[in-house]
Design a protein around this ligand. Structure first.
Ligand code: ATP
Length: 322
């Protein structure tokens, strides 16, 4: 954490970059990113929000600036809203008009927001991703060394389709998912404890189970800001907390973050080898495991006593098999 890795940058003394993404528009990414930023601020952290949604910036509405961005030498100082640093396309003169720019230009603008802005010392910079899994999102993940990603969804099956794509993007780009936040989970009438799940139930949990990441919060319609304080407490960043253990020569186990334990036989696992060459081959028997190598937050590679050891088994696959 906090290191410069390859061409990824951890800039201007920002200790933690946190991606807030969804894949789908309108599920409440910005609401969650800004609610979380305010909760970090309440706890005394130095925090900033980068609104990377060039086409639909909402930061200046959610965090109305007390001071606007200023140019200082070659750098830009971000806007400040109630002690939170923030930068959004909406802070600039064209910001009130529709952003009619091609994707490469939008990507360039987002790069400038990172590289040419003097964010200063921050404990957390939350990056509010635009919807989708295109150039801007890839470029952000290539440029920034994210401590973790928070994935926002709503409960409906239709939302899950797009959200799943951004989770797959995190896996492909090596960005560790800190967890899922299900937004608009239910409605509670004022003064009542009753919960009415207006948009269905279980979507967030379904994704959490599929990708083996924790469901960190179920945010109601018109939430009380306290819920974001609880969310801050639940965030466990930069750690791969599942526990991988070789049980004996033929088996190993994974204890997942949600407490579930899965047991695997090495020969069964090898029969699911994801490498191209293995697809056609008949499975071997009595395969032993010689070494289990964790591959970042993505999965594991197993060195087997015989047969192919080239495949990397993503945690999402292991979770399905376990
Ligand atoms: N829990 C909630 N209760 C009530 N309204 C909400 C909630 N979450 C979000 N909204 C509202 O839904 C709309 C979309 O939310 P928001 O802008 O946060 O979503 P988004 O995913 O960032 O959208 P986009 O990708 O289009 O920027 C906003 O009007 C917001 O106020």
């Amino acid at each position: 954490m906090g290191q410069e890795t390859g061409d990824k940058k951890n800039l201007n003394n920002v200790k933690n970059f946190l991606a807030v993404l969804a894949g789908k528009g309108g599920v409440g990414k910005s609401t969650v990113a800004h609610g979380l930023a305010q909760a970090f601020h309440r706890k005394g952290f130095r925090v900033g929000v980068l609104d990377a949604d060039i086409y639909g910036p909402s930061s200046s509405y959610l965090l109305p600036p007390d001071t606007f961005p200023k140019v200082k030498g070659e750098k830009v100082l971000p806007a400040i809203s109630g002690g939170i640093k923030t930068l959004s396309a909406a802070h600039f003169p064209r910001g009130k008009r529709a952003s009619v720019v091609r994707a490469p230009i939008a990507t360039q603008i987002v790069s400038q927001f990172i590289e040419e802005v003097k964010w200063g010392d921050l404990d957390f910079l939350l990056v509010d991703f635009p919807p989708g899994t295109g150039d801007i999102q890839i470029s952000l993940m290539q440029k920034i060394f994210f401590t973790g990603a928070l994935v926002v969804t709503t409960p409906q099956e239709l939302a899950l389709l797009d959200v799943r794509k951004s989770m797959e993007m995190c896996l492909q780009m090596g960005v560790q998912m800190a967890g899922i936040v299900e937004n608009m989970s239910y409605f509670s009438p004022p003064g009542s404890e009753e919960k009415y799940p207006l948009f269905g139930e279980g979507g967030g949990q379904k994704l959490a189970d599929e990708f083996a990441v924790p469901l960190l919060a179920e945010i109601p319609i018109h939430p009380n800001p306290d819920i974001f304080d609880t969310l801050v407490g639940k965030l466990s960043l930069g750690k791969n907390e599942c526990e991988i253990k070789q049980e004996d020569r033929y088996h190993f186990s994974i204890r997942w973050v949600d407490g579930k334990k899965s047991l695997y036989r090495f020969s069964d696992l090898q029969s699911h080898c994801p490498c191209v060459k293995c697809k056609e081959k008949a499975p071997l028997t009595h395969v032993e495991g010689e070494k289990i190598i964790p591959v970042g937050s993505y999965g594991v590679q197993v060195i087997f006593s015989k047969g192919c050891s080239k495949g990397i088994y993503p945690f999402s696959l292991l979770r399905k098999l376990g």
